[in-house]
Design a protein around this ligand. Sequence first.
Ligand code: ACO
Length: 400
Amino acid sequence: VVDIRKLYAEADVFTYDPGFTSTASCESKITFIDGDAGILLHRGYPIDQLAEKSSFLEVCYLLLHGELPNAAEAEEFEKTITYHTMLHEQFDRFFQGFRRDAHPMAIMVGAVGALSAFYHDSTNVEDPEQRMISSHRLIAKMPTIAARAFKYFRGQPFVHPRNDLSYAENFLRMCFSVPAEDWVPNPVLTRAMDRIFILHADHEQNASTSTVRLAGSSGANPFACIAAGIACLWGPSHGGANEEALNMLKEIGTVDRIPEYVQGVKDRRYRLMGFGHRVYKNYDPRATVMQKTCHEVLAEVGHSDDPLLKVAMELEKIALSDPYFIERKLYPNVDFYSGITLRALGFPAEMFTVLFAVARTVGWIAQWKEMIEDPLQKIGRPRQIYTGAPKRDYTAISKR
Ligand code: ACO
């Protein structure tokens, strides 16, 4: 094995790779992607099998610990997570500081970062026990924070978590019930929510995960690192794409307007949101499961004739047979159908990326832990190629 870092340091050279298209920043045992074949494995298990047979909390355990839990471990893990779902009472006051119409993602960035102020011991990242407690707290509290961001955005009272419900049931209840009201979970919709969480749980070294690793490489506390990941996820080229994909479908509106819209993409006036991926040059395996889930949810809520679904399916058909998209290997990604599905579940577009953040938290924290536990870990410090002015002398303001 060649230690490329030593080799480069001795030769005083480095690679120039904008966007890190061909640079591996770490070794990882968590997630494997074969972009050409459209394969995604978590700890070796195919994503479609996990989405079909597993539950989100089981996938969380798998990502964190490397193996699926046995029955006793699964029960213990669920107990641990539900133990941490509450937020400190002072958190309510923190929420009140946001503008009434604050974007829920803006609240998420602030609120998750603010968890560092509540758990001082989390700064001791060298302690494995602290790392695990922080991981559990994050997985447990993210749905509570996300539901509060949603309720605040809607101007409705907060609903506290209920620990006798499953992860997805509890989250949907916190979002869609009102305090003291009976809320009956719908099994099709809660299963769909759980599956959406599974599909977004991890995706190796994407922009937000790399951000979390980079922030964590300085020894920053895990809540601050996850807040950095949420900020990165927000962008429309990353987690913000599901919101943009739905906006695009709305803008197209009807099937007959698709050719005109596709021409605009080819003229490079805009991109087809929910299409394309840095790594997948084939169908995103998550998109297949998401499309199926989308149909199930729409049938359950009686929206099978949703005009946006018709636009999406037709757009997909046209794009997949058009040389422009074929040549560039542009296929639907997970975000293409997730917007329509989440809308049918009752979420406004502003919440889509928030839900992505809830699900991705386990991936971020598992990758953060793996990085801290890696003996080769160093502070992340990319180099640059300087293209600015050469050395020059300071000019007094009167002479400029
Ligand atoms: N619509 C139209 N053309 C596209 C699209 C798209 N969505 N994506 C890429 N292309 C074209 C580019 O114009 C370029 O064409 P060219 O070679 O003729 O110049 C070619 O495909 C390669 O594009 P790049 O930008 O180099 O590809 P990159 O790997 O950097 O981008 C990205 C990946 C950002 C995901 C891109 O495909 C995109 O912007 N997609 C839309 C946003 C989106 O859906 N993001 C979600 C990603 S998945 C996730 O985060 C969960």
